[in-house]
Design a binder for this molecule. Structure first.
Ligand code: ATP
Length: 366
């Protein structure tokens, strides 16, 4: 069973006279066959996490368990894991056939016939059967990517680790491979940890997403949970495109006081807020709509500062009427709506769509 557990895992690198905590006390439990996407900004510790699971970095603290057994001290070639790198890491002097067979020859005692059968099968699965006699330099980027995946499949491992495997492909190929990888992973049913900084890959590929920031795990949940119920302000701002709008507000009785607007609250929001007074109000651009009735409780007078037509929708930069020029927030509105720079428009921000975070800790409260 390919269950993979990270239990209090940390990685500390020496850094000049000091040290850098690249991964800080991370707990992740993956079920057998799960596809987990690890995302976060550059330098947040994604690759280091993956490399510790692969055995390419030592673990400073904590335990990594594969199928229940601790693998911290198991050599990389003896872990039942196959890794696919961003750079593909194919051996340039070997043919595709040799590249795919190499790992099996080194780390198993399969016969030559068995290896050949496995390579042929994996090449069939990846649609590269015609390319077995070629060298990597005679392949396109997309074909090299398929060989790198084929080389992982051929080993029939308990776990796949993938570090930004699609980032060297152009946009079209990338989207095709995204779909293909999902299909492949579902078909092979192999536990997969997939690192990316691409939000679309995270939202569309993973059964769950693990979001890291500065080495710390922020949330592990399904893409929709991360979107609808972000654990904190960081996750809320990281997931969703365009990003959530944030406003620092102070709660006075049942009203949020912003610099340029007042937002009345009712139950159950007030119950969630409790006695916290310093809050951050989060509003997703897609939850803001143009209001027919300007008198609504959660309707606000705004001025249009910028319109970016995107075809089916417009990204609009609005400013609350009382806010200084340039202090804008983003709304996405239907592409057919007539809206121009300088227009005064009323927008509705329904209470059931707002997010609230503790202004001090950033933790979600509603
Ligand atoms: P990116 O998306 O840019 O690849 P990442 O999220 O994969 O980033 P890591 O490569 O895991 O981040 O790096 C995490 C932190 O650890 C960074 O601050 C990085 O500088 C540091 N780091 C990584 N490897 C080493 C090393 N061998 N020695 C010292 N510091 C390192």
């Amino acid at each position: 069973m390919g269950t993979l557990e990270l239990d209090g895992v940390s990685k500390v690198f020496p850094d000049g006279d000091g040290e850098v905590v690249a991964v800080d006390d991370v707990d992740i439990e993956m079920r057998d066959g799960e596809f987990l996407v690890v995302v976060g900004p550059s330098g947040c510790g994604k690759s280091t996490t993956l490399r510790m699971v692969a055995g390419l970095e030592t673990v400073t603290n904590g335990e990594i368990r594969l199928a229940g057994s601790v693998i911290n001290d198991v050599k990389p070639q003896h872990r039942d894991i196959a890794m696919v790198f961003q750079s593909y890491a194919l051996y340039p002097h070997m043919t595709v056939q040799e590249n795919m067979a190499f790992g099996l020859e080194e780390s198993t005692d399969l016969s030559d016939d068995e290896i050949e059968t496995r390579v042929t099968d994996a090449a069939g699965t990846m649609g590269i059967g015609e390319l077995l006699d070629r060298k990597p330099s005679d392949l396109s980027g997309g074909q090299q990517q398929r060989v790198a995946l084929g080389r992982a499949i051929v080993r029939d491992p308990e776990v796949f680790l993938m570090d930004e495997p699609l980032s060297n492909l152009d946009a079209k190929l990338r989207s095709e491979m995204r779909t293909e990888l999902q299909r492949l992973q579902a078909e092979l049913d192999v536990t997969t940890m997939y690192v990316t900084h691409d939000q679309t890959e995270a939202m569309t590929m993973g059964d769950r997403i693990a979001i890291l920031n500065a080495g710390e795990l922020q949330q592990v949940a399904t893409p929709l949970e991360c979107y609808h119920e972000p654990a904190n302000r960081f996750v809320a701002g990281f997931i969703g495109e365009p990003s959530m709008n944030f406003f620092d507000v102070e709660r006075d009785a049942d009203t949020l006081l912003g610099d340029a607007f007042d937002y009345p609250l009712s139950e159950p929001t007030l119950g969630d807020v409790g006695d916290i007074t310093d809050l951050t109000l989060g509003i997703r651009p897609e939850d803001i709509s143009l209001a027919d009735d300007p008198t609504g409780e959660h309707t606000f007078s705004t001025v249009v500062e910028v319109v970016e037509p995107m075809g089916d929708e417009n990204t609009v930069y609005l400013r609350f009427e009382d806010a200084p020029e340039g202090e804008t927030f983003i709304a996405t509105v239907g592409g057919l709506q007539q809206i121009s720079v300088g227009d005064e428009v009323h927008v509705e921000i329904p209470e059931e769509t707002i997010h609230l975070f503790d202004g001090t800790t950033g933790d979600a409260v509603h």
